[in-house]
Design a protein around this ligand. Structure first.
Ligand code: C2O
Ligand code: CU
Ligand code: CU
Length: 453
């Protein structure tokens, strides 16, 4: 176990908030020399920041992002988890913004959009892993009903973007090498908001609302906090019905959670720990056959430090009901596996991604059950754009509580059943593995949502 003293206070990215119903700002993607903890690093940034600025919106807001691509390769933006149109100036991942070009994204957050922790990142097929690993990612928050619950309002809020990096001695990102073909590229520098083991102060008696994003390209995080359980209050798609006590949690690439932490221990320092997670075996730690996540020791990603005292704050009893979904009109299967092509290829139902092929056609205003079956040897976090889903069961075992998700990890040999409603928007979008090297190597399909008329 690494036992270095905690670093400086946890930094929060600059925030852009909507005003009078409008969030409007300029965003530039650009290579920059920045500080990663105490190290100089040549990374890819949004507005010079790693992680990028945090965007804060409310249901009903209009969002206008004047985006400029100052990278030396094409890119675009994806709004991971938002329920907005997949077409035009919305969450259009088929768009190519060449180097030196601009694009203005403009869309409305629906009036009935749930509050939650969403994020933005590049989604130009073939370069997604490289650009994300370079540092391009930021939080996109929607404030709403969950934020108005009085116990949650009373809590101290902190965001942590978890991300691994790799740097050579000159501060450049080394070539991922061919091991990365299987596991996806993984770095041994674990950062929280671009810092190494930052310290987060909380008053004894207080309640901390920790909002976590795993913005890594391929690395899973398996987190626990010394002497404190987590009280899960929200998953990818927003609030759950009531807090769920957890001793640890796994965040696959792309996943988010919100947890409450009661600072009800003795004053002191408590480490937020990451245990090695073996994506070839799921949550078993220990031996790292083939798919090594590069280190097999537990590491500290941040430290909670008690400072001062406050009156003890209670946990909320109730959050927001998760609406039950009706029986599905259609059931489909998606089998995840890999094979050899030009190097490794990753496949859904035996096929690698093709831009112009429609793989799955669904009808607007219907509900479907999708069975995601992993017959390969690596975990695959399955992600769907635009519409969120509920996990019904894993290997036939019903999910322990209802939750809205947009990423669900499926370990080798597992079969996971999800239920997904297609609402409000027609058009083409995608589903894919959120190990982004797998996605870039083919593990993505085109979903076409068609109107009924
Ligand atoms: Cu966060 Cu299509 O991805
Ligand atoms: Cu997404
Ligand atoms: Cu995968």
């Amino acid at each position: 176990m690494q036992s270095s003293a905690p670093g400086p206070a946890l930094a929060q990215a600059p925030v852009h908030s909507s005003e009078d119903g409008l969030l409007s700002f300029d965003l530039v993607a650009e290579a920059q020399r920045v500080k990663l903890g105490n190290r100089n690093a040549n990374l890819l940034t949004y507005n010079g920041q790693v992680p990028g600025p945090r965007l804060e919106t409310k249901p009903g807001d209009t969002v206008q992002i004047r985006f400029a691509n100052q990278l030396n390769q094409p890119t675009n933006l994806h709004y991971h988890g938002l329920h907005i149109p997949p077409t035009g100036t919305g969450d259009n991942v088929f768009l190519e913004i060449p180097p030196g070009e601009h694009h203005t994204y403009e869309f409305q957050i629906p009036q009935n959009h749930p509050a939650g922790t969403f994020w933005y990142h590049p989604h130009y097929h073939g370069l997604v892993a490289e650009q994300l690993f370079g540092g391009l990612a930021g939080l996109f928050v929607v404030r709403g009903e969950l934020d108005e619950i009085s116990e949650i309002q009373a809590a101290q809020e902190a965001f942590i973007v978890l991300k691994d990096f790799a740097l050579d001695r000159s501060g450049n990102i080394p070539d991922p090498g061919h091991m990365a073909q299987m596991t996806g590229r993984i770095g041994d520098l674990l950062t929280a908001n671009g810092q190494f083991n930052p310290s987060l102060e909380v008053a004894q008696g207080g309640l901390l609302r920790l909002r976590l994003l795993n913005a890594s390209t391929s690395r899973f995080f398996w987190l626990s906090l010394e002497e404190h359980p987590f009280y899960l209050i929200a998953t990818d798609g927003g609030a759950i019905a009531a807090p769920v006590e957890l001793n640890d949690l796994v965040l696959a690439p792309g996943e988010r959670v919100e947890v409450l932490i009661r600072a009800d221990r003795e004053p002191g320092q408590y480490r937020l720990l990451n245990q090695p997670f073996n994506p070839a075996q799921g949550m078993m730690g220990g031996s790292m056959m083939g798919g090594s996540q590069s280190r097999n020791s537990t590491e500290t990603v941040a430290t909670l430090t008690y400072s001062g005292t406050t009156n003890a704050l209670p946990l909320p009893n109730q959050l927001i009901a998760v609406e039950p979904l009706p029986e599905p009109q259609t059931t489909r299967q998606f089998t995840l596996n890999h094979g050899m092509g030009m190097g490794m290829v990753f496949l859904i139902n035996g096929k690698a991604f093709e831009h112009d092929r429609i793989d799955t056609q669904v009808r607007l205003n219907t509900v479907e059950d999708w069975e995601i079956i992993n017959t390969g040897t690596m975990a695959h976090p399955f992600h769907v754009h635009i519409n969120k889903f509920q996990v019904l069961s894993r290997n036939g075992q019903p999910a322990p509580y209802a939750a809205w998700k947009d990423v669900v990890s499926v370990s080798p040999g597992e079969s996971v059943r999800i239920r997904i409603p297609f609402r409000d928007y027609t058009g083409k979008t995608v589903y894919h593995c959120h190990v982004l090297d797998h996605e870039d190597r083919g593990m993505m399909g085109v979903l076409d949502i068609q109107s009924n008329s």
